[in-house]
Design a protein around this ligand. Sequence first.
Ligand code: PNW
Length: 466
Amino acid sequence: MLREDFLWGFATAAAQVEGGGEEQELASGKGPSIWDWFCEKPGKILDGAKVNKTCNFIDNYKADLALMKSLGVNSYRFSISWPRIVPKGGKDDPVNEQGVKFYSDVIDECLRLGITPFVTLYHWDLPLELYQRYGGWLNKERAVEDYVRYAKVCFDAYGDRVKHWLTFNEPFVVAIHGHSFGVFAPGHTSNTEPWIVAHTLLVAHATAAKVFHDEIAPKHGGVIGITLNGDWAEPWDQTPENIKAAQDKMDVAVGWFADPVYLGDYPESMKQMLQGRLPEFTAEEKALLKGSSDFYGCNFYTTNMIKAGADDETNGNTQLLFTRPDGSYIGPESALDWLRDVPWGFRKHLNYLYKRYQMPIYITENGYACKGESDKPAEEAIHDTDRVNYYKGYLGAVQDAVNDGVDIRSYYAWSFVDNFEWASGLVPRFGCVRCDYDTFKRTPKDSSKFVGEFFDSHIPKKEASA
Ligand code: PNW
């Protein structure tokens, strides 16, 4: 069994679900984010989808929350759009009261339904203006100030009701996909910028967390942390070089952020690999980072087999494979080339995180996009057997890790509803609920019921108090 107070629900992000179209966006007072701008560049989004027209959560939030409730959730993870709260983003720029009210209403509706809101402050939608003013996360001094002011506006507006906060979602992806691969906004391809961006994100996280710990928690209580991606890295074989390679891969995917936050500095292997290109923390920054995250936030999707000896710093100079030495695949294919269904890696990953960082773990994302689902008509797509199998395996791994002694406090399935999958547009579908993008109609898939039943039978019911 899981904890009695285990939080479970679905996760979404503002940019991926909110938009109901251009007119709505103009009327809302929201400013453009770097993703609005990125979507206008030819060839960047697989199907040419625009981030301002996704699932229309803006108009649908009440029905969406009611549907979640009917599926049995006790929590919901969503993100706040920075340019909806501060359209131009900067510390001296005006606040959009209409935007502040929107999330306030969402939070109130959650609480009315007995759903604990779990709020992400930054899920990749940087106000475009800040990118144009000073390059966004490349400018540590200015980006930190502006982010912290935005965070304060949110803490002040919602801290009385929101007790679970995430500063950043997957800083790795912001740094690498955004500034090295160039496939995510802002689309840079550099071998110096990612390390600078990551440094800014860490300092911004720690500075906002300090404000929360100093000014908000004493008044209202609550916890704050950062959430990190990172797939499990399984050594290709038991040779010393491949065992080391798997550790090097974990160091870049997880340790790059988790080591400074929980252990005090970047991993040694990254210092070796990057030499002068890895920024150094000042003594003040180190002190700020220590204790900045009240828990370990974990997003998890897949596992790779790792071999030594590739020229790719973004993977710690290792080679990522989905095959074993005998040539067999470690899991079936999904709709995305980086994702396969490999449940056993999750248990290992959770044990690794708990042993190394010794923090309670909140699983903040886990999910699957079935191969071929987007080509199927709705009546077929809602019978998402591959996704059910994925959740069966991965939820079993969560229970196994708990039985191993790992302190796991939450689980959020990615995602509630099919949504804007960044550079892949509306093509891959990650939802446990189907979205018809013409009508915005929602239809629950088989997986939504499976996940609900799993938690219904794995979270002990609270004894009715006398
Ligand atoms: C996460 N990769 O992103 C994000 O937090 C979500 O917004 C996203 O929709 C979800 O996972 C599914 O992709 C990732 O290329 C994006 O390895 C890309 C990768 C991993 C995670």
